[in-house]
Design a protein around this ligand. Structure first.
Ligand code: BGC
Length: 250
């Protein structure tokens, strides 16, 4: 079987895709992007995925991994963040397998980013408990025990202290919305990571998402005991992890 797989990362504003060499974690094509159709309805998203696949021209036996901002159990999407509510309790894997006429594996976007980091990035030598958090419009999370993924953790929706749904207080989206300083944002993130520390006594935190590019500017304000490092696969993490899981799972 070819080690080349297709990774597709569905987000609220854009759907990004590339070919991935899963033997190295390197992209095997340029990254292409099409805007998410208004409303993010399943059929419209599937049509965009087909368009991206046609443009990438993968080998005929290449598998496809698709990650979404949703809880996914056994191919069924169980929630929907910034995409249509019609994804809730919806057979996403069946729809995409039919639309793309390929073997397709569907998973949560932060879980995909976590798999990329644990396989090729900042967590590749990790042992014990690792938590990855993606800082974007929301907060995504991925939990690993000795590199095994515990899927769909959704730590961004924890209620912490007076803050209901911690992502609405500590995400990059909240930082932009509230126009706070990087120090103030760091202190908000500290509440999040300190709470996870209390729950899980992790060995490592990995911070991904667009904001992790400028980690030097806010990491110093997050005072936690656990080692905290930036993600290495940056904004292709979802694509790389989805492709990797498609090869491992199908
Ligand atoms: C969603 C998660 C997703 C995260 C990042 C959250 O709002 O609930 O499923 O992983 O955003 O996109």
């Amino acid at each position: 079987m070819t080690p080349i797989a297709v990774g597709i990362d569905v987000g609220g504003t854009g759907i990004k895709a590339a070919l991935v060499d899963t033997s190295t974690g390197e992209l095997a094509s340029t990254r292409i992007r099409i805007a998410t159709p208004d409303g993010g309805e399943p059929d419209a998203v599937a049509a965009v995925c087909k368009d991206l696949l046609d443009q990438l021209k993968p080998p005929s036996d290449a598998r496809v991994g698709v990650c979404l901002p949703a809880v996914v159990t056994h191919g069924i999407t169980r929630s929907a963040a910034n995409i249509s509510n019609n994804w809730i309790d919806f057979g996403a894997e069946d729809l995409l397998t039919a639309a793309l006429n390929r073997k397709v594996h569907v998973l949560n976007d932060a879980d995909a980013a976590g798999v990329a980091e644990m396989t090729y990035g900042a967590g590749r030598n990790a042992r014990g408990v690792t938590i990855l958090a993606t800082l974007g419009t929301g907060i995504g999370s991925a939990l690993f025990v000795d590199k095994a993924l515990v899927p769909n953790t959704e730590f961004g929706h924890l209620d912490i202290g007076e803050y209901i749904d911690i992502e609405s207080y500590a995400s990059y989206g909240a930082f932009q919305r509230d126009q706070i300083s990087l120090e103030q944002w760091g202190k908000r993130l500290e509440k999040f990571f300190a709470h996870l520390e209390k729950l899980f006594s992790p060995d490592l935190f990995i911070v991904g998402g667009g904001a992790s590019k400028s980690h030097e500017e806010f990491f110093p304000f997050i005072k936690v005991k656990t080692q905290l490092v930036p993600a290495e696969t940056k904004n292709a993490a979802g694509i790389i992890g989805a492709a990797t899981m498609a090869v491992q799972y199908l």
